[in-house]
Design a protein around this ligand. Structure first.
Ligand code: HXC
Length: 523
């Protein structure tokens, strides 16, 4: 061979640079223009916003599909429609992938899926969160079963990674068919209004199957999933805000299940007492107050970051800092449905508690629950098995659990909402706490049925019995006398006391339990 046949080093370098530039173009300038026209950022623009400047290390840029059906040999790009790699967010490592809609609608073929699967494997080995930015037409039709196999590989890894590393997905375009299950198996789903939707079958299939006419937005838009289905956890108006939201969420999370969530000195005095709390719960039991105010006044100022804000508003869940430590806050919201537990709020609470437990985040529960929502709708849709999830989640959780009973703690709600009986480490009550099997009106109807039936003036009698019942049970002292409540405290003491307790409970050892493969949860 003549020496002149070799490419010079300069030529090799130029070739490498040319290929890398080509890869960065994804589906090409025209497809990028269309993406922008739809009001969407490209995969690379999204990653640039998400990661610390200059931190992205791209992996598997040269991956290509190997399909030859339907003329696919002439439709190849470097990277195969997904950009993946490692980077940092606020200096902490993460694994990221962003589907590139500009190449074949970000559709998932064998190699596209392999790239995501390899990234999850790497994230697991490194013990770092994995973040997916999804924008995809779903299974790449031309690749047939190889595409389905690819999805299966991703789903399997989502399950294996669950509870080991945080998994976060943002839906920034279509997410249809079986594709929805990778986000659904992740810990948190973010979505952006107008540009994104999620559904198992799209409007055309719905029309063919049921005759129902529905738009993408009505079927699986951001609002539907944020308010009604509860599929997504965070909803934003723009991609920029969404990505900022992901960065914020990560600031509360540990890198993995062996790590502690990051401590941050928030500058809020741990000894701060908020005297407004003393008058927060109205003396009149029928008057309401806003549980958000309680939470905001107790936790470090401005640190409450709510999860699933628009779904099941009768329950509140979210992350916050207390004395700089990350906590998971769970609360009933008396402003909606009187703070009742129902199917949706039970799902919301149970999943959040399980997440906190998996990732070493202590749980603070503020209770004001009149019980479970009555009615055929709830019963027929399975409030029994959904409600059981709350009992299950609190029972299996071994992280520090501190419960504050603010007002009502009635019936099954009392037990389910982080009671001593389910393993709460410390249960506190405000003097306004009322702990009973049920509310006075319901109780009177049952225990004094005969007397009321015979009475000339039953209304008067009900009033008298209710007063009596309230005197006897509308306080925390009977429960405290049994040791079900560890202390009755002044509301303004709540913050300093919770912080002191958190410091002490950090020493909590995980609880020894009988060996078993896993529970059989009331899914
Ligand atoms: C191959 C696809 C594709 C797919 C889109 N494209 N989806 N190619 N497989 N699944 C291609 C289009 O042909 C087009 O190619 C380019 O991506 C852009 O798509 P457009 O339709 O022009 O974009 P838009 O108008 O924005 O519509 C986006 C869309 C639509 C709503 C996603 O493309 C669509 O309905 N796609 C099919 C969605 C779907 O039914 N997927 C299968 C779901 S079932 P050109 O060459 O024109 O640029 C599934 C099963 C998974 O995913 C099971 C896992 C267990």
């Amino acid at each position: 061979m003549l020496r002149g046949d070799f490419m010079s080093i300069q030529e090799k370098l130029s070739e490498l640079r040319r290929l890398k530039e080509l890869a960065k173009l994804g589906g090409g300038p025209e497809a990028i223009r269309k993406q922008h026209e739809k009001g969407k950022l490209t995969a690379r623009e999204r990653l640039e916003l998400l990661l610390d400047e200059g931190s992205f290390i791209e992996l598997d840029m040269f991956i290509q599909h190997r399909c030859t059906e339907f003329g696919m040999e002439s439709r190849r790009v470097l990277g195969d429609g997904v950009v993946a790699g490692l980077g940092t967010i606020d200096g902490r490592p993460v694994a990221v992938y962003a589907q590139d809609f500009t190449f074949m609608g970000g559709s998932v073929g064998e190699m596209h899926a392999k790239k995501i699967a390899m990234l999850i494997d790497l994230a697991l080995k490194l013990g770092i969160p994995v973040i997916g930015l999804n924008d995809s037409g779903g299974a790449r039709i031309q690749e047939g079963v190889d595409s389905l196999a690819g999805y299966g590989e991703i789903f399997y890894r989502n399950v294996m990674a669950s509870g080991v590393i945080p998994q976060i997905v943002a839906i920034l375009g279509p997410c249809a068919g079986g594709a929805v299950y990778s986000p659904a198996l992740s810990d948190f789903i973010f979505i952006v209004k107008k540009i994104a939707f999620m559904y198992i079958t799209g409007p055309r299939v719905v029309k063919a199957a049921t005759g129902e006419e529905v738009t993408h937005e009505e079927l699986g838009g951001a609002d539907v999933h944020a308010t009604r289905s509860g599929v997504v956890h965070f909803v934003y108006d723009s991609e920029e805000e969404c990505i900022e939201g992901i960065r914020k969420l990560l600031s509360y999370l540990p890198l993995n299940n062996m790590d502690d969530p990051p401590y941050v000195d928030t500058g809020d005095d741990p000894e701060r007492r908020d005297y407004e709390l003393d008058n927060m719960v109205p003396a009149d039991p029928y008057e309401i107050y806003d549980m958000y105010e309680v939470i905001e006044r107790v936790v470090d100022r401005g640190t409450f970051f709510e999860v699933q804000k628009h779904f099941a508003p009768n329950a509140i869940v979210g992350f916050a800092r207390l004395g700089g430590y990350v906590v998971g806050v769970v609360a009933n919201q008396p402003k909606y449905l009187g703070g009742c537990l129902d199917i949706d709020s039970a799902d919301k609470i149970a999943r959040f508690v399980l997440f906190c437990d998996a990732f070493n985040i202590p749980i603070i529960t503020f209770v004001d629950v009149p019980g479970f929502l009555p009615g055929t709708d709830q019963e027929h849709r399975g409030v029994i098995r959904h409600g059981a999830k709350v009992v299950y989640a609190y029972s299996v959780a071994t992280v520090p659990k501190i419960t504050v009973i603010v007002r009502k703690a009635y019936g099954g709600g009392y037990i389910a909402m982080g009671s001593k009986h389910l393993g709460a480490d410390v249960v506190l009550a405000w003097p306004t706490a009322e702990i009973a099997v049920m509310g006075p009106e319901g109780a009177i109807e049952i225990i004094y049925r005969k007397e009321l039936a015979k009475a000339d003036n039953p209304q008067e009698l009900v009033k008298k019995f209710v007063q009596e019942y309230r005197r006897r049970y509308a306080n925390p002292y009977i429960a405290a006398s049994r040791g079900y409540i560890d202390d009755v405290i002044e509301p303004s003491e709540t913050r300093p006391l919770l912080i002191k307790l958190l410091r002490l409970l950090k020493r909590k050892r995980s609880i020894r339990r009988l060996p078993k493969k896993h529970e059989v949860p009331p899914l």
